[in-house]
Design a protein around this ligand. Structure first.
Ligand code: SF4
Length: 74
């Protein structure tokens, strides 16, 4: 079970698919070419963090599901 709550800002996403390339079991593109969460447990927490970090516009927000602490973007 991922420790992150994953949110994607649909307004920010530019549809480049970088997150899906990095973590294809967790992220996918929807019909509007915007990234969505396919399976929040599709990858390890470290891999999900890396996928969030490759987003060029910081559209992927990660918070610690338990503490509510903001993890990414910093
Ligand atoms: S990396 Fe960021 S901008 Fe690119 S598809 Fe994923 S959420 Fe959208």
């Amino acid at each position: 079970m991922s420790k992150y709550k994953i949110e994607i800002d649909r307004e920010l996403c530019i549809g480049d698919g970088a997150c899906c390339g990095e973590a294809p079991n967790t992220f996918e593109m929807d019909a509007d070419n915007v990234a969505v969460v396919k399976d929040p447990n599709g990858h390890t927490d470290e891999e999900i963090l890396q996928a969030a970090q490759v987003c060029p516009v910081d559209a992927i927000k990660l918070t610690d599901a338990k503490t509510g602490e903001k993890v990414w973007p910093k």
